[in-house]
Design a protein around this ligand. Structure first.
Ligand code: NAG
Ligand code: NAG
Ligand code: NAG
Ligand code: NAG
Length: 230
């Protein structure tokens, strides 16, 4: 079964230069926060896999939430649009992002969560029938409009001298129909992203990802990594 899935991905990637999809996607094991955390780091750009500022995500879970701590190293711009607020197009400036799906398949529906250097968040369900953002298929978006009431929170710390930006976030397990206390043993697909842009380079962004997609488009779910809550 898994062989035929891999075969399909490999055949698809024969058409690509990088052939990145042929390799298996990256994996992470993340424990309960009371025990520790799983950590990934990335430094490759999307889609050409050139150098990209080091970015880290620490992952763990508690009874009610997924904890994601995003750390941007080598950050010099801290660029956001101060007139934007919850669920605005903060992704046009600098953000760190997670795309999250509870399950093991390449999803058509997933949560897109983003945080900006001024602690503004974007949270929406994405329905992309094509799984790769084919131009013929609509990418529908359903916003979560009460993030604080839902328990979607961020705490953001900027250190301009150290060139770091840290956003410690929580995302409720219940959004994914995982009941309180039931996260241990669950399997997930996730990818993590960061955009880099300054007032001088806007709107041309540098894009980076845990598992870089093969186009300048994050919405390609065959590239999501495997995450297991242990
Ligand atoms: C990127 O990978 C996807 C999924 O395997 C594939 O459908 C698409 O054709 C690839 N795009 C390019 C530019 O290689
Ligand atoms: C990028 O990350 C890899 C793997 O974590 C590491 O081996 C490499 O030294 C890093 N490259 C740079 C330029 O930091
Ligand atoms: C910031 O966002 C506002 C509202 O969307 C927009 O009118 C303005 O042009 C943006 N400013 C910059 C510098 O991009
Ligand atoms: C960021 O937003 C959260 C709510 O998501 C809030 O609790 C926090 O105080 C805000 N400020 C900072 C600096 O993190």
């Amino acid at each position: 079964m898994s062989r035929s899935v891999n075969m399909k991905l490999c055949l698809g990637s024969l058409l690509t230069v990088a052939g990145a999809v042929c390799a298996s996607v990256p994996s992470l094991e993340a424990p309960a926060c009371s025990v520790g955390k799983g950590t990934i780091q990335y430094n490759k750009s999307v889609p050409d896999q050139a150098d990209f500022p080091k970015t880290q995500v620490d992952v763990c879970y508690d009874d009610t939430s997924i904890h994601l701590v995003f750390t941007a190293f080598e950050e010099t711009n801290f660029y956001f649009n101060g007139s934007q607020t919850t669920n605005d197009a903060i992704w046009a400036y600098e953000v760190m992002e997670a795309f999250i799906h509870h399950g093991t398949n390449d999803p058509k529906t997933y949560l897109e969560f983003e945080v900006s250097p001024n602690n503004v968040t974007f949270q929406a369900w994405i329905y992309n029938k094509s799984k790769v953002r084919a131009t013929s298929a609509p990418l529908d978006t359903s916003f979560l409009t009460q993030p604080l009431a839902d328990g979607l929170t961020a705490e953001t710390t900027l250190d301009k001298e150290a060139q770091t930006w840290v956003s410690a976030t929580k995302i409720p397990l219940g959004l994914f129909n995982v009941d309180d206390g039931q996260a241990k043993g669950t399997s997930w697909r996730m990818n993590f992203f960061r955009t880099v842009v300054s007032p001088d380079t806007f709107p041309d962004q540098l894009l980076g990802a845990w598992n870089p997609t093969n186009e300048s488009n994050f919405h390609m779910t065959p590239f999501f990594g495997n995450v297991k809550f242990i």
